[in-house]
Ligand binder design. Structure first.
Ligand SMILES: [Zn+2]
Length: 150
């Protein structure tokens, strides 16, 4: 359908060119010339577009491969005769079958946060707040006890 429509539009444009250039070339010569030129332009444009798409796809594939290579891990089988190497993902259930002992294994990923900053200011601030609250509580209870004594 799209092909028929673009063919029709190209034909109309070619006829218009043929009519406008009929003084120089003759009507049918100009029409055929305009028709052929349109096809050549369309061919060049589409091949340019295809090559651009291929380049983009290749770049995307390269980036994806780089990203995947970050999650490649080697895990030795408990039998000691086989090392499993593949992409391991945190959100997926990762498993493998050992080629030597034929047992199936599941790989559990455990994440350990390691403290890199010094949290002294944060903690001392919190301690100050806590000690202030404690002294307030003490003074309130002292007042209360004094009140009841009187
Ligand atoms: Zn094994």
């Amino acid at each position: 359908m799209i092909f028929v429509r673009s063919f029709l539009i190209a034909g109309i444009i070619a006829l218009a060119f043929g009519y406008s250039l009929s003084k120089f070339f003759g009507f049918w010569e100009a029409t055929v010339l305009a028709f052929v030129i349109q096809f050549v332009i369309a061919f060049v444009y589409s091949s340019f577009k295809i090559s651009k798409n291929t380049t983009l796809t290749r770049e995307f594939e390269n980036e994806l491969e780089q990203l995947l290579s970050l999650s490649v891990t080697s895990i030795p089988c408990p039998c000691g005769n086989f090392v499993y190497t593949d992409n391991i993902f945190v959100g997926l259930e990762n498993g493998y079958t050992c080629e030597k002992c034929n047992n199936q294994f599941r790989i559990d990923v455990s994440l350990t946060p390691t403290l890199l900053t010094t949290p002294v200011n944060e903690v001392s601030h919190t301690f100050e707040e806590i000690s202030e609250e404690e002294t307030k509580d003490v003074s309130i209870t002292q007042q209360y006890t004094k009140g009841t004594e009187l």
